[in-house]
Write a protein that binds this ligand. Sequence first.
Ligand code: ADP
Ligand code: MG
Length: 764
Amino acid sequence: PVNRSTAVQEARLKLPILAEEQVVMEAVRENPCVVICGETGSGKTTQVPQFLYEAGYASDGGIIGITEPRRVAAVSMSHRVAQEMNLPRQVVSYQIRYEGNVTSDTKIKFMTDGVLLKEIQKDFLLQRYRVIIIDEAHERSVYTDILIGLLSRIIPLRNKKGMPMKLLIMSATLRVEDFTDNQKLFRTPPPVIKVDARQFPVTIHFNKRTPLEDYTGEAFHKTCKIHRMLPPGGILVFLTGQAEVNSLCRRLRKAFPFRRGNTAEDEDDDSSESMRKFKKAKVKKTVSLPCIDLDSYSALPMDEGDEDREAGVGDEEDGDEDLDLGDDPADGNEKADPSIPLYVLPLYSLLAPEQQAKVFRPSPPGTRLCVVATNVAETSLTIPGIKYVVDCGRVKKRFYDRVTGVSSFQVTWTSQASANQRAGRAGRTEPGHCYRLFSSAVFGDFSLFSEAEITRRPVEDLVLQMKDLNIEKVVNFPFPTPPSAEALAAAEQLLVSLGALEKPPQRRTVKEMQRAQLSCPITALGRAMASFPVAPRYAKMLALGKQQDCLPYILTVVAAMTVREIFEDIVVFFLVRPAHSDEENSKITQRRARLTQMRRLWAGQGASLLLGDLMVMLGAVGACEFACCTPKFCEENGLRYKAMVEIRRLRGQLTNAVNAVCPEVGAFVDPKMNPPTEHQVLCLRQIVLAGLGDHLARRVQAEDMLDPKWKNGYKTPLMDDPVFIHPNSALFKTLPDFVVYQEIMENTKMYMRGVSAVEAEWIP
Ligand code: ADP
Ligand code: MG
């Protein structure tokens, strides 16, 4: 029996899903797999686990598992459900890659989808679980797709063994036919339960013009206007990334300053003095660990929406002319106006959990809530009390070139479905308004939906994980949406070249050959690589790392290479703020000189120089650890603090993973690591080449150069155009004849990132 507070009880009764409890539970009893569709905020994530718990699915030792594509959701939902059920966090727990609070008493376990995938590797039948809920399936993140494919096979196996397990797939949209109309996946289509959305009408206001550049500025003006002119109600602003979010928060706080009283706890609902003290004490003790995005080598999950909701949000029938704010941005400078305080909160994945949780609390009396978010607020989290949405219409995504693997982060238009999801956030509690910072003509050109992530990125990590699960013919895997045949073939080829898969035997016909190439079994090395939580190229380096006492360095370099953006960008730092006073300019010049000097220092001398950018990373991490990884050290030396903390954790995790495979190496994290010797640097370069062998580039010699565009350019096997060493690279001046690179990012030019020099005679 669950003992909920009256307040919780009342709030639950308002959720549409509560009306469907019987229907849901009956469907679950009678079917191995059930799909639940319900608008964001209808109560799927918080309530369905409770239904199952109350129906006894967690009694006699079983666990209810829920996967989320985002860490934010796994952590915050586990807290919320624990609180609603009045159960301790040892019972309603979460597990994300680096941390969790799962105990032997855990009955309901929220986790990221990657965590469950790892568990399947350890126990294919997932025997501890009685139910698995795949949440946010509409996001179509790669791991969600794979999990659904795997579970479609695990469920019947469990039934056969007489220990049945249930699968629930939950989606915020009705677009679920990839799961239901898919004979390969489920021979009997699972029933779909639709939860009625209790959605209020949202009036859409399009801009007449579409700002092409300064949409953050436009968002600022629009938010100011809403706050000045429109009735109470929270504002939710959608931007594309953390930096934009923070900068807009700053501007808004300046424009409508809000001073907290003497008590710093206004946001807490508990009023009793002792409770406040208790909380304060507790907050002080908990070290605030930043929330880290370890899945940084893959794209964030895609955003998909719901075609059925377009009609609802489309009508302009509110008759409330005043609410159309027009779109003249020439609003000039906002003067600070403390008479109407705005309570501004940022929300993005990398934000620390305590900060994220703030959006769920009531805003301080006399203020209006304004949340500035990336698309995490689109479907995973429901923020209470939002009446106005300001949508920039854009999203930041990583794009990969199919053939070359070249990747770039790009801000692009989102899909129509996504924009409608965003608009829908305004109509949860009462009729709302959505201000789109683009014209209706531009909206008409948006794609209807976004594609499943698996079709847009390289899949070598997935293929390796699957082979490790003994799925030899990955082509036959029941993907909800299969990746392209080329992507699969490219992945197998890479894995064979890394030694993770056996070379296919020679066959007579081309067809036989192709078939053999797509079903190479995994090698012992491949299994070791699969156990390392990094992409196969880096896993290979780890597997070779124990030679010549190189392991501590390789662990560090791999950790640094797989964490995004560890350095503050010298060039960008210089360029983004053009016109300044002389004093400011000289400050910038000084700063630039300092950062350049530090990088030169970390790059080492003599033989070390040839390890290039990787040596700089190694030096930076070494120096930072030596200085105990303080925010101050990072700030002074142009290192991103969060990245450094993440590297530290990842080093720990990789060290454990290596020890698990090969206990005799006894790897440990040494905070006071000496720089590598000359011989070790040589060895490191060879190990790096072994991992990045397909990322080789040769400098074009002057005599081969027919076209000036090749000046200082490098030739790679797959591209017709030259690639370059970035001016920020440690090897920019050296320009070695042969280099390997981590990746090619395209911005103004095709630039190699993470470059290190190799010797021609090493190349097979
Ligand atoms: P769904 O999964 O269908 O999108 P949820 O179960 O996440 O819906 O949310 C149901 C309701 O619970 C929403 O109205 C949301 O505002 C509320 N809610 C979720 N998490 C919290 C929280 N941490 N604090 C307060 N309310 C919350
Ligand atoms: Mg949800």
